[in-house]
Design a protein around this ligand. Structure first.
Ligand code: FE2
Ligand code: FE2
Length: 214
């Protein structure tokens, strides 16, 4: 049975008031934790896992491995996707640049659903349009090659009326599927770091704010 929300001061209220805060949380289970406990954790920066960007960049770096048969490896493909987005009017959209750069970082962990892998990481930091685009990019990308592998290139038509379908189509048609050119003048990773740092500086949503939509 659900427990009704109690009108008590939250941890951030205690911090803002300058209330006494223990140096460390004293609970042995979450169910016995108090706002003071969470204030102790928050005051030490324990709420936000600031190493997310660092881990994303480590994953991106792993994409440097040779990609047998492909014109470019996934690292070059990722940078090239971000470059094409950047040069197509997206340089001021940090979230779109982050999506373009990181959309394939799950290729080793989740080769058959890597869009969901990256979308899950980005979800707290980006607007729903970006989350949806990254999550569905494999299906939209497939329009350009699924038929060569015996699949249905029009699979994306099943969601063509979704409000974010056009964004995902543009992401794939204009930037992602075109980013395999070995001769392209691709921008370096450093050019995109400020955008990434702004995106991962603070989550827009947190899991306890509300149930998030898919
Ligand atoms: Fe992909
Ligand atoms: Fe890609």
């Amino acid at each position: 049975m659900a427990v009704a929300a109690e009108k008590t001061k939250a941890a951030h209220d205690l911090i803002a008031e300058g209330a006494p805060i223990p140096s460390q949380a004293r609970f042995r289970s979450f169910s016995e934790s108090t706002a003071e406990d969470w204030a102790a954790i928050l005051s030490k920066g324990g709420e936000h896992k600031s190493h997310v960007l660092e881990l994303c960049l480590e994953h991106l770096d792993k994409l440097k491995q040779p990609e047998p048969g492909y014109p470019v490896d996934r690292y070059e493909h990722s940078l090239q996707t971000a470059t094409r987005a950047w040069r197509d009017g997206q340089s001021g959209d940090d979230q779109m640049i982050a999506a373009a750069l990181l959309h394939d970082i799950g290729d080793f962990f989740a080769p058959y659903n890597h869009g969901e892998f990256c979308a899950a990481i980005l979800k707290p930091y980006v607007r729903p349009e970006i989350f949806w685009t990254v999550k569905h990019h494999e299906m939209f990308q497939g329009y350009h090659f699924f038929h060569h592998l015996g699949g249905d290139r029009n699979a994306r038509d099943a969601v063509r009326d979704h409000p974010f379908a056009e964004t995902c189509r543009r992401f794939c048609d204009d930037w992602d599927q075109t980013a395999f050119d070995p001769a392209y003048d691709t921008m370096p990773l450093e050019a995109f770091l400020p955008s990434l740092q702004r995106v991962f500086a603070k989550p827009l949503r947190q899991v306890y704010d509300r149930v998030q939509e898919n």
